[in-house]
Design a protein around this ligand. Structure first.
Ligand code: UDX
Ligand code: ADP
Length: 457
């Protein structure tokens, strides 16, 4: 029986391993983490992350061929294949601070594997890493005279939060990079055989290690670039009375462009996009490629512009003062169907609202605990409210920051009646029925669309 160990029980490691265990009953999967609370939560009815469909998959395999443990050394020793799925945040210190990937957790894992392993292992990079990290890892793994052989593969994960289970079950592709050596090809085949148990072989792409590493960064950079591109156009739409949804639809019907990822918004968030682009920028710079670095950096700058443009618009339309005004913030997660708030645009938007001394009430069905943590000290000046109707009582404005379906289905007549007048809606995701809100009496602002105001013609 093939034994897999995954180090890191987070948003990537947990769901991915649960799916492998579900689809491959003849593979034993053990997920380990230094965080005891997380490991306990994975074995409880209250999983540490919210992801639609995850509960069922974990329940099906838990205790059968899916195990969670804090005994990292034991799992490493027992495993044939070790996935490393630890966090690789942006460095906050030293060389490359604010740009380069912080590889300390990854290297710690590599050192741990070398220290405790007693037999040959396939070590799989699952976390997104800079190109040629595998080379560094191989050197760490093989430092000293270790009897065992470590074969490093790169198998980046492309799942998106909120749709992780569908993405894992039916991915566009699985990408595995390995070395073109006898042991590299053998390791690659071992991993291909795992995925081939439920994914058509032609969707399992194999490349060299460096291509796999770079493809992950490139995919995220391209996706984020599309969001920044349509957001740049949204600013122009507001200035020209073009409608960004119409423009997105018109260009998206061109099969070369395609319709996806063209939703104008307050900006992209999530643990990957910004981090991966900055990582790409840092890589370009370290190879002396200034122009490519500047090109990709602009995607991140555009995103920050979109966030602050949204708050500026709120401020201007609310008569240049928000001090003391109550703002109901609808949604704090970086996207719908997740409780994840990492790099959520809502963090910066709320902080800017607090700087303006607005009285902020945050409403989110899944992300209130994370919102409290993200806001740190500032959380003391914020109200957190599960009930959107309560969040709106006496409010001057609603700022919709996450596209949760439930916000579309509210009784806005009731909400309007409970708010201060003029009542403003700022729809940062363009999901509400703007005409209906306007007809109820709201002043309606959206992204990349004409203002609907009862006062301004
Ligand atoms: C992303 C990639 O999609 C995934 O392949 C990779 O493995 C991890 O990074 P994720 O961050 O979970 O996944 O979510 P994604 O759906 O890509 O959205 C990222 C951000 O872009 C969100 O804040 C989302 O709201 C925003 N977005 C997305 C837009 O603003 N407009 C769009 O049209 C699409
Ligand atoms: P991702 O979104 O990439 O999955 P997360 O932060 O959700 O990132 O998960 C990464 C997990 O890796 C965390 O639960 C963290 O505790 C774990 N981790 C980090 N370093 C180590 C390590 N050296 N050994 C084991 N687990 C680790």
């Amino acid at each position: 029986m093939l034994k897999i160990c995954c180090i890191g029980a987070g948003y990537v490691g947990g769901p991915t391993m649960a799916m492998i265990a579900k689809k491959c009953p003849d593979v034993e999967v053990t997920v380990v983490d230094v965080n005891e609370r997380r490991i306990a939560a994975w074995q409880s009815d209250d999983l540490p992350i919210y992801e639609p469909g995850l509960d069922e998959v974990v329940k099906e395999a838990l205790g059968r061929n899916l195990f969670f443990s804090t005994d990292i050394d034991r799992a490493i020793r027992a495993a044939d294949v070790i996935f490393v799925s630890v966090n690789t945040p942006t460095k906050t210190f030293g060389a490359g601070a604010g740009c380069a990937a912080d590889l300390q957790y990854w290297e710690l894992c590599a050192r741990r594997i070398r220290e405790v392993a007693e037999s040959d292992k396939i070590v799989v990079e699952k976390s997104t890493l800079p190109v040629r990290t595998a080379e560094a890892m191989e050197r760490v793994l093989h430092a000293g005279d270790h009897g065992a052989h470590f074969e490093v593969l790169s198998n980046p994960e492309f799942l998106a939060e909120g749709t992780a289970m569908a993405d894992l079950e039916n991915p566009d592709r699985v990408l595995i990079g390995g070395h073109d050596t006898p042991s590299g090809r053998k390791a690659l085949q071992t991993l291909v055989d795992v995925y081939a148990q439920w994914i058509p072989r032609e969707r399992i792409l194999t490349t060299n290690v460096w291509s796999a590493e770079l493809s992950k960064l490139t995919a995220n950079a391209f996706l984020a670039q599309r969001v920044s591109s349509i957001n740049a156009i949204s600013a122009l739409c507001e200035a020209t009375e073009a409608d960004v949804s119409e423009v997105a639809h018109a260009i998206g019907t061109d099969s070369r462009i395609g319709p996806k990822f063209l939703r104008a918004s307050i900006g992209f968030g999530g643990s990957c996009f910004k981090k991966d682009i900055l990582n790409l920028v840092y890589l370009c710079e370290s190879y002396g490629l200034k122009e490519p670095a500047d090109y990709w950096r602009q995607v991140v700058l555009m995103n920050a512009y979109q966030e602050s443009r949204f708050v500026t618009k709120m401020l201007r339309s609310m008569f240049n003062t928000m001090a003391g005004k109550r703002i109901a913030v609808f949604g704090f997660a970086f996207k719908a169907d997740t409780g994840d708030t990492r790099e959520s645009p809502a963090i910066r938007v709320c902080r800017q609202l607090l700087d303006e001394r607005a009285a902020v009430t945050i409403c989110d069905p899944k992300a209130l605990d994370n919102a409290r943590m993200e806001l740190g000290d500032a959380a003391e000046r914020v109200r957190f409210e599960l009930d959107p109707y309560k969040a709106c009582e006496g409010a001057h404005a609603i700022a919709l920051l996450t596209e949760w379906t439930q916000f579309k289905e509210l009784d806005y007549e009731r909400i309007y009646a409970s708010m201060e007048k003029p009542a403003f809606v700022f729809d940062g995701r363009n999901i509400l029925d703007h005409q209906a809100l306007y007809d109820l009496g709201f002043e309606v602002y959206s992204v990349g669309k004409a203002l609907k105001s009862h006062y301004v013609s």
